[in-house]
Design a protein. Structure first.
Length: 378
């Protein structure tokens, strides 16, 4: 059995940021357990040339298969972290007209576009740059990837955390406190709590939809943003599909791209070969943006509903909706004062968003208790 002061389950943005803040406070006795082979969670940034992802040696020319934007105009806490880490940002391109596709019986139409206010921003290097920067500050001996947590058990004043590697080899950790850096519904579906969580808490976590879990994104990558030469913003809306919402994904001084959210329900996508989905997406881009859109140099299709470390069966039947954040703690019983939810869905201000991860961690760490001699103020 191995020991640590704090176990953080999940090395997505929430888990990495929690570890980063703990280290800044002088708390080094933690372990960060991640089921995937690499950190990042729902943040995945890929390069069209080498297909590098978040958590690997980076490049500035990466596209976000997960979250793409944030809004520093009102997500100030996240923006402070971005600046603190020395990351660069740029505005989402929105200049020009947009294309509307209202019916299968009518051709797409061009209409006046709009610019969001406050502006949505993207990071140079994709959101993966945020993952890479946080990970670079951590003690790598404290980060254990390919470790799926299956069971947590309250033992006296401590907690035993069991994780399994790809071969099923079990590692048990004895810790004092637990930070759940996962979506609440995924926690409820995949981790066995002994003794069980309070029933009301368990039900509220199960009822909390995981943001974007039912969705899929398609990217078409080009050498140049040819649509801009036509006075188009790259925005599109369609009632025909398969893409229902399209945006310019181009990288300054890098590759050009269009991406869209698929409107095909997750249950139907499972029955369609990916090659068919890609073909349907290309055909739609041709209808809306012309023949040049039908010959991308690279394509990506990321179906988050197929990610077992993101989505559960309950997420497939509904569309993610922003609801009220559930309680991150147990108010009574054996799990009181030793377990805190810090995943993005636990943020009361930005549930599910990238900014929600920073908010949930900041609120959650305020609940932790430390030995005064253990903490070194930054």
């Amino acid at each position: 059995m191995r020991k640590a002061r704090i176990a953080i389950i999940g090395a997505g943005l929430s888990g990495l940021y929690a570890a980063y803040v703990l280290q800044r406070k002088g708390v080094m006795d933690y372990v960060l357990l991640e089921a995937r082979e690499a950190p990042g969670g729902r943040i995945v940034s890929v390069s069209p040339s080498s297909e590098l992802t978040a958590g690997q040696p980076g490049t500035s020319g990466r596209f976000d298969l997960g979250p793409s934007w944030f809004w520093p105009g009102y997500q100030r806490q996240l923006d402070q972290v971005v600046q603190e880490l020395g990351l660069r940002r740029y505005e989402q391109y929105e200049i020009g007209d947009m294309i509307m596709e209202r019916s299968r019986d009518l051709p797409p139409t061009r209409t006046r576009g709009y610019v969001n206010s406050p502006s949505s921003m993207r990071l140079v290097g994709g959101m993966g740059a945020l993952i890479d920067a946080l990970y670079s500050h951590l003690d790598k001996t404290r980060v254990c990837t390919a470790q799926t947590v299956r069971k947590v058990q309250r033992i006296g004043h401590g907690i035993e955390v069991e994780s399994a590697d790809a071969e099923g080899q079990i590692t048990t950790w004895n810790v004092d406190q637990l930070l759940l850096a996962m979506p609440p519904r995924l926690v409820q579906a995949t981790i066995d709590f002994s003794p069980p969580l309070p029933s009301t808490l368990s039900r509220s976590w199960e009822a909390t939809a995981t943001w974007m879990a039912p969705h899929a994104k398609y990217f078409a990558i080009f050498d140049t943003p040819f649509w801009r030469e036509q006075g188009l913003s790259g925005k599109g809306r369609s009632s025909v599909g398969p893409l229902v919402e399209i945006h310019d994904a181009s990288i300054p001084q890098g590759s050009a791209g269009l991406f869209g959210f698929l409107g095909v329900p997750a249950t139907l996508r499972k029955a369609l070969p990916e090659s068919d989905l890609r073909s349907l997406c290309r055909a739609q881009l041709i209808r809306m943006f012309g023949p040049q859109a039908g010959t991308p140099k690279t394509e990506f299709l990321k179906d988050w509903a197929a990610e077992r470390f993101t989505s559960t069966s309950a997420d497939l039947a509904i569309t993610s909706q922003q609801g009220e954040a559930p309680s991150p703690i147990a108010d009574f019983g054996p799990w009181r004062d030793c377990m805190i939810g810090v995943g993005s869905e636990w943020s009361p201000q930005f549930p599910g968003y990238v900014a929600g991860a920073i908010d949930a961690v900041s609120r959650g760490l305020l609940r932790l208790t430390f030995d005064q001699n253990e903490v070194v103020q930054p």
